[in-house]
Design a protein around this ligand. Structure first.
Ligand SMILES: *Cc1c(COP(=O)(O)O)cnc(C)c1O
Length: 372
């Protein structure tokens, strides 16, 4: 089918965007649309409308997150390409690795994980908890690499060491007649960036159906896989919803993830959909990353994050996680308290998952059980 070509400056409606995305290879694995609902008690407490878009409930298992959508598109293309094995990497507690492993199991591909662990901070691996336990239950082939520093991205030579190890395993499989696809950390593979356009269109439809006009969409930004799709959908549909990101890692220029990388990924999505690509400044103007909630380091609990997890659980019975969503939600609460989100506005938070990390070691979770 010929793509719908649009004149410069024109936007399309939600259905037209969904139709363009619908032409791409996709292996259905999760339960979409994910739920969208109001947080009544938090809304009453702050005098604002709080809503959640529940990517944490995406499936196929009870514990999920925002990587499952990426996996549907990456695996969809991989199956067309005759791929048999999917190799990916992350910190040992990776949400992404667990979701890719589950998606592979659902789709009949063999998952392989390369996981790093900062033994200085998190100790030697002595027991299986959280996401690692779930991957263990799925009997995932797992390679462990001890690293210095909080995360694999801390030094270039460590990044290279992991890339070399994955490439070697891929070669080995090729020698045995298999075809492996290497998916970068966090699922940041070009086949997947388009996925979260659907999160945006689903959410706008769900909000409209409940008579809600959303003013803001907040989310936790890490490897930069959700944000490009959200922004692409906003730009293509001309939506007035303001997207704001709370980062859990540094977005400084020149870093492995930064604003320019996000701009490039938005352009990649628009080109893939064969719609007009605006000037870089137009895309850049939509990116708003707050880096004040990272805390001491990646996967180290922050007092604000722990407080936000407890506050939401106590008010509305919903659980965020300590590595990503607790810190992201802390950023949102700060913006509401300080007036960056004006009183009475409607704000949605994208619950990207991370709940398995509530069952991690105390050095990761922090004192969520403390207090009353
Ligand atoms: C991966 C992840 C994120 C952030 O990743 P992006 O690639 O920036 O979208 C946020 N929250 C959770 C729970 C994650 O697993």
């Amino acid at each position: 089918m010929e793509a719908r070509r649009l004149k410069k400056g024109f936007t399309m409606d939600l259905a037209a965007l969904d139709a363009l995305v619908g032409r791409l290879p996709r292996r259905r694995i999760g339960f979409y649309p994910t739920p969208f609902h109001r947080l009544d008690n938090l809304s009453a407490a702050y005098g604002a409308g709080f809503f959640l878009k529940r990517e944490d409930l995406a499936g196929p298992g009870t514990i999920s997150g925002s990587k499952t959508r990426l996996a549907e598109f990456i695996i969809g293309q991989a199956l067309e390409d005759g791929v048999t094995h999917l190799i990916t990497q992350g910190v040992y507690l990776t949400n992404s690795g667990m979701q890719f492993a589950a998606a592979c199991r659902a789709a009949g591909l063999t998952p392989i994980l390369f996981l790093t662990r900062d033994e200085g901070r998190h100790g030697e691996l002595a027991e299986y908890r959280g996401n690692l336990l779930l991957s263990k239950i799925m009997e995932v082939e797992t390679h462990y690499l001890p690293t210095r520093g909080g995360a694999y991205w801390d030094t270039a030579d460590e990044q290279q060491r992991i890339a070399d190890a994955m490439a070697a395993r891929k070669e080995e499989l090729a020698g045995q007649g298999h075809k492996a696809l290497i998916v970068p950390t966090g699922g940041a593979h070009p086949y997947g960036f388009v996925a979260h356009t659907l999160t945006f269109t689903e959410m706008i439809r769900q909000a409209e159906a409940s008579g809600v006009r959303l003013d803001y969409l907040y989310h936790t930004a890490g490897t930069g896989t959700a944000l490009p799709g959200l922004l692409a959908a906003k730009l293509v549909t001309g939506s007035p919803v303001v997207v704001r990101s709370i980062a859990i890692c540094d977005y400084r220029p020149g870093n492995w993830i930064n604003v320019e990388v996000v701009v490039d990924r938005v352009k990649h999505i628009l080109k893939l959909l064969e719609v007009p690509v605006p000037a870089d400044e137009v895309i850049r103007a939509e990116i708003d990353v707050d880096e004040r909630f990272i805390g001491e380091d990646y996967a180290v609990p922050s007092p604000e994050g722990v407080a936000a997890i407890k506050e939401l659980a106590r008010s509305d019975g919903v659980f965020m996680g300590p590595v990503y969503t607790g810190k992201g939600f802390a950023g949102l609460l700060d913006h509401v308290r300080s007036g960056r989100v004006e009183p009475g506005r409607n704000v949605a938070f994208l619950h990207t998952g991370d709940t398995a990390n509530l069952f991690e070691i105390p050095q990761v979770v922090g004192d969520v059980a403390g207090g009353r």
